[in-house]
Write a protein that binds this ligand. Structure first.
Ligand SMILES: NC(=O)c1ccc[n+]([C@@H]2O[C@H](COP(=O)([O-])OP(=O)(O)OC[C@H]3O[C@@H](n4cnc5c(N)ncnc54)[C@H](O)[C@@H]3O)[C@@H](O)[C@H]2O)c1
Length: 318
């Protein structure tokens, strides 16, 4: 397979999902030839609407050897985003999520070494750290995942190291904190907090807060996560690095809701429900390392990111 365009070849797994579709678009715009492998379990065709005819789209499972072999052909860099990315779902369905999140990752690593991939970028997560104490957590902090999902990411990271050690496959682990932006689904029991709040504010419904709302998160806008990936694909000396991808700024859910109320003019009161099992109380990153290794600094602050999201949603409704 040669793929559309003549640029360098990338495979984006989970490329029909929220982060993966933004990444695929940025890669195409930067002149890469892109293959997307996705089983559309949470990904959507609409996320790839702007890329129709400009990427090779392979519908398939990351655990399916044939689909992976087809998707990875000629790839120089693999951006492995596919996963069942939910703490709650990993507790509800540990076997299914283990298969996709861990076996899928090993499958991709193995196909990468057999196909001469130069660099493998692994979408890991702040979930590897477990609950914080409110202070910024550096990459050297002990890992203590509070859910099977966090454990899948820890194990995936360790497999990246094994493939570097034994087969010389360059890998960069990017530990995303709470990513937000357009195309993130507000629907379903496992939706992330920002799209849920934003959608409730826009629809005039009561946003649901699990717990007291004092829990903090380090929210990062999706375009910044995409930039970190593009830098990590090429940065010299980044191979083997494990990097937090975050802003280093904590926001609690009550503050988040207040900002969204302010941006949308919504007046509805929040409804409190019991805290979710396995959810961290505090999550905040130390961000110096990604800056040192990649020269990465986030460019979009929370309010501006939320403004773009709300404006995009309003434009889509009109
Ligand atoms: N969104 C966040 O805040 C966040 C934070 C930390 C880490 N991450 C990680 O980033 C990556 C992307 O997350 P996202 O938020 O874009 O989620 P998403 O659900 O929008 O994207 C995941 C994509 O993977 C695809 N997929 C799932 N199982 C698959 C399988 N078996 N085979 C092929 N494709 C499959 C889905 O269809 C979807 O398109 C995930 O690895 C996730 O764990 C996300």
């Amino acid at each position: 397979m040669t793929g559309p365009g003549r640029g360098r070849r990338a495979l984006v797994t989970g490329g029909a999902g929220f982060i993966g579709s933004h990444l695929a678009e940025a890669l195409v715009n930067a002149g890469w030839s892109v293959a997307v492998l996705d089983d559309f379990s949470t990904g959507r065709e609409a996320n790839l609407a702007r890329l129709r005819g400009r990427i090779d789209l392979i519908r398939g499972d990351v655990c399916d050897l044939d689909a992976v072999a087809k998707a990875i052909e000629a790839a120089e860099v693999v951006f492995h985003q596919a996963a069942v990315p939910s703490v709650a779902l990993s507790i509800a369905e540990p076997l299914r999520t283990h298969r996709v999140n861990l076996e899928g990752t090993v499958q991709l690593l193995d196909a990468s070494r057999k196909n001469g991939v130069r660099r493998f970028l692994f979408a890991s997560s702040a979930a590897v750290y477990g609950d914080g104490d409110g202070r910024p957590v550096s990459e050297a902090a002990p890992l203590s995942p509070g859910s099977p999902y966090g454990l899948h990411k820890v194990s995936g990271e360790m497999y990246c190291r094994q493939y570097a050690m034994h087969y010389g496959l360059e890998s960069v682990v990017l530990r995303y904190f709470n990513v937000f932006g357009p195309r993130q689904s507000p629907k379903g029991e496992y939706a992330a907090v920002i799209p849920r709040f934003a959608s409730a504010c826009v629809e005039g419904e009561a946003p649901r807060i699990y717990g007291d709302g004092e829990q903090t998160r380090d929210f990062i806008y999706v375009d910044d996560v995409v930039r970190a990936n593009l830098l990590a694909a090429d940065a010299r000396g980044a191979e083997g690095a494990i990097l937090n991808v975050a802003t280093g700024r904590p926001t609690n859910l009550l503050e988040l809701l207040e900002t969204l109320r302010d941006l949308t003019g919504a007046r509805t009161e929040a409804k409190h429900e019991p805290a979710v099992k396995g959810d961290a109380r505090f999550s905040l990153a130390a961000v110096a390392r990604a800056c040192e290794v990649l020269g990465f600094r986030p460019q979009v602050d929370l309010r501006e990111g939320l403004r773009r999201m709300v404006a995009g949603a309003a434009a889509a409704r009109s």
